[in-house]
Design a protein around this ligand. Structure first.
Ligand code: ADP
Ligand code: MG
Length: 366
């Protein structure tokens, strides 16, 4: 089932902020999700991710805009009629029910023509239990399961009604680091197998990168970029996206265009044919900073730390914002321990942004 959002907007009136205080939690969302894809909705806390999900599930009514499932306009359809499965961070299984009974619960609650015969319910519950690999644990109660297993029960419970759309709101936040990694692979596998169109909300860029077909990056209710994970990383649309994705984060410099040269402080790091002079913001990914005695970027060595396969090199530079430049270096070779150091910049790892709007400038750097 494909999903289309048209001008989807939610404005909350915030009473705490006094009369008329308003928050636009979701601001004119326009995008289409192809059937069977997993979309990662990514952004910092408070940017409107949960609100967007609640609009799609039917828990909130939009202030403006429309939601389509396939050709059907579901904007004013009540939540229970939309055919969505929802998994929250706090998935609240029924503690007194077994795994099987927890999974069956949504089916037991169906009424009228939607109600299935008992043997059909059991068959369906067993099928989804097998899909999430819980078939050996059907008789256990939630407290006899690990966190990851409990989360899989919640996913099975969301899938058992054969939803057209699966919505997951930070479903891994309650799990420890190792289990998060494992469970996100599981979710990906289950989602592919079920072929259900899924929106996965997270504030964790690495999680979004690893699980999504496409990422929707949000800030303050507004979409910043929609693209496959690698594209969002390699081709950020603006400074916010460039800074939100990537560990360690991108290095940001105050740059200047002067007579066709791109200057970082006193260092000419590239040529920009035909651009007019003025300030720009320059982002350089840590893996794009390469030790090179003949390179244009002149810094002062601060620290070198070995972390597994890579060396983390830190150096100061007059034009960097923040304390120092962070470089990820495969071969630190003959880098001095202190004093002046030179680096070159890998093409494709340096981006220019407008100094005022912070939008990407697609100028060719030579
Ligand atoms: P996220 O899930 O990305 O952390 P939310 O969608 O929960 O963000 O919140 C987005 C914004 O909307 C926040 O400023 C939040 O305070 C506000 N908000 C969310 N729900 C309500 C509500 N029911 N009433 C008023 N304001 C709300
Ligand atoms: Mg939220």
């Amino acid at each position: 089932m494909d999903i289309t959002l048209q001008g989807l907007t939610k404005v909350f009136t915030d009473n705490k902020k006094g009369k008329g205080g308003q928050v636009t939690a979701v601001d004119h969302f326009d995008f289409a999700i192809p059937s069977g894809k997993l979309i990662g909705l990514l952004g910092p806390s408070g940017c409107g991710k949960s609100t967007a999900l609640h609009l799609i599930s039917g828990l909130h009514t939009p202030t403006e805009g429309r939601i389509f499932f396939g050709d059907e306009d579901v904007t004013s359809l009540p939540a229970e009629k939309r055919g969505v499965g929802v998994v929250f961070q706090h998935y609240a299984l029924y503690p007194h029910l077994t795994v099987m009974e927890n999974i069956l619960f949504p089916l037991e609650n169906l009424e009228g023509k939607d109600r299935l015969p008992k043997d059909e319910m059991v068959k369906r519950a067993k099928n989804v239990a097998r899909m999430v690999q819980l078939d050996a644990l059907l008789g256990r109660r939630p407290k006899e399961l690990s966190g990851g297993q409990q989360q899989r029960v919640a996913i099975a419970r969301a899938l058992v009604k054969h939803p057209k759309v699966l919505l997951m709101d930070e479903p891994l936040s309650n799990l420890d680091a190792r289990l998060r990694l494992q469970t996100r692979e599981e979710i990906r596998r289950i989602q592919r197998k079920a072929g259900v169109t899924t929106i996965f909300v997270t504030h964790d860029q690495e999680e979004a990168m690893s699980i999504s077909d496409e990422i929707v990056v949000m800030k303050e209710g507004k979409i910043q970029q929609i693209a496959p994970p690698q594209t969002v990383y390699d081709n950020p649309a603006n400074l916010f996206v460039a800074q939100f994705l990537g560990t360690p984060p991108i290095n940001v410099f105050r740059g200047r265009v002067q007579e066709g040269k791109l200057m970082l402080g006193g260092d000419a790091v590239g040529m920009l044919p035909l651009q007019k002079d003025g300030d720009v913001i320059v982002g350089i990914r840590p893996e794009g900073v390469i030790p090179d005695a003949a390179g244009p970027l002149l810094g002062r060595m601060d620290e070198c730390k070995s972390m597994g396969r890579e060396e983390h090199v830190y150096f100061t530079h007059e034009a960097v914002t923040g304390d120092r430049v962070h470089a990820l270096v495969e071969d630190p070779g003959s880098l001095p321990k202190a004093g002046e150091v030179r680096f070159s910049i890998k093409p494709g790892k340096m981006y220019l942004f407008d100094a005022q709007t912070h939008q990407r400038l697609y100028w060719e750097i030579k």
